[in-house]
Design a protein around this ligand. Structure first.
Ligand code: SF4
Length: 330
């Protein structure tokens, strides 16, 4: 394990013209000597592909797990959240654009520094790789995740899900939970993110059953806020697993997008629409809404989320009222 600085990348081919063909994500960049890929962090130096952000930490904070958001994974606990910089999408509405599209100040840390910090934090269950896109930080995430496992800590990815199958499958055994963005349909990904929805859907399909997953959809007025869009997304997600928690998140103007924020009525309607297909739908960033978890069979209160988080109606993984199996890790 290399600790700091430039680190040779995994998953690439060398071409006869001296290019590096990166195979980490579906962008599949052909990178000329001296250039970096579309994510801004993988650089070809004389035919060898390096990651420039290995061990470069832009932010580190102890967050409630609910902030990731993960509502069905150790509710009420905290997790040490770390990030680097760069992203393989170019979303105009990015809520963390200073880290994903900018060049923030960073500190060089080893995987073991992160583990030491994680073990020092009281009430911490592990490490969340978050804020910017962690999948393009692959090598550091993999090394840290392995060390975290050896130290009894869990690993959480908060991600856009834009990764090729082989690197995804090699990382999954070390990941305990993921929150994956499902931003919209095919046209939304093509026009707004510069990606394709099918690759993200495949990541969700491969992850389901192999690790705990929850999905987030940011609802943006005029772009993906039609109830038909919401229904299509919820139907598709239910075809993978109707017990996958869906977080509908309210958009605020950010970065290069100035559209007005999403109305609360739209959020409530979207929750009702998605709730016809999925067992657990939550809405984020809307003041005063009920985001408790109820049993999808008998409506018993399972987890109460007010100022404090209280597990109220789950025993041995089942609803205490009707015995229905509940997809929540405690
Ligand atoms: S990880 Fe970066 S360099 Fe590699 S294919 Fe994706 S965008 Fe290109």
């Amino acid at each position: 394990m290399k600790l700091l600085g430039m680190h040779e990348a995994l998953f690439y081919d060398k071409t006869y013209r001296g290019e590096a063909h990166c195979l980490l994500c579906p962008v599949r960049c052909h990178i000329a000597n001296g250039r970096t890929g579309a994510c801004g962090v993988r650089k070809n130096i004389n035919g060898t592909l390096y990651t420039e952000n290995y061990g470069s930490i832009s932010a580190m904070a102890l967050d409630p797990i609910e902030k990731k958001p993960l509502f069905h994974f150790y509710p009420g606990f905290s997790i040490l959240s770390i990030s680097s910089y760069g992203c393989n999408f170019k979303c105009r509405f990015c809520q963390n654009w200073e880290l994903s599209q900018g060049m923030p100040d960073t500190e060089e840390r080893s995987a073991y520094d992160v583990i030491d910090e994680a073990k020092r934090c009281r009430g911490n269950i592990g490490i969340a790789y978050t804020y910017n896109e962690p999948l393009i930080w692959y090598e550091f995430v993999m090394d840290t995740a392995k060390a975290a496992r050896e130290n009894g800590l869990v690993n959480v990815l908060v991600t856009n899900g834009y990764i090729e199958e082989q690197p995804h499958m090699e990382l999954l055994p070390y990941i305990d939970a993921m929150n994956i963005d499902l931003k919209g349909g095919g046209e939304f990904y093509r026009k707004i993110c510069g990606g394709d929805v099918n690759s993200v859907r495949k990541t969700i399909e491969r992850s389901y059953g192999r690790t705990h997953i929850e999905v987030t959809n940011l609802i943006i007025p005029g772009l993906n806020d039609g109830m038909q869009d919401i229904e299509d997304m919820a139907k598709w997600l239910a075809s993978v697993g109707k017990d996958i928690p869906l977080h509908l998140s309210k958009y605020y103007p950010q970065y290069k997008m100035a559209r007005p924020e999403t109305p609360a009525d739209t959020m409530l309607m979207a929750r009702e629409t998605a709730g016809k297909y999925l067992d657990y739908v939550y809405i984020g960033n809307v003041y005063g809404t009920d985001n408790n978890t109820y049993c999808p069979e008998c409506n018993n209160l399972l987890v109460e989320r007010k100022r404090r988080i209280r597990v109220a109606g789950i025993e041995n993984g089942r609803c205490t009222n009707c015995g229905h199996k509940i997809n929540i890790i405690l």
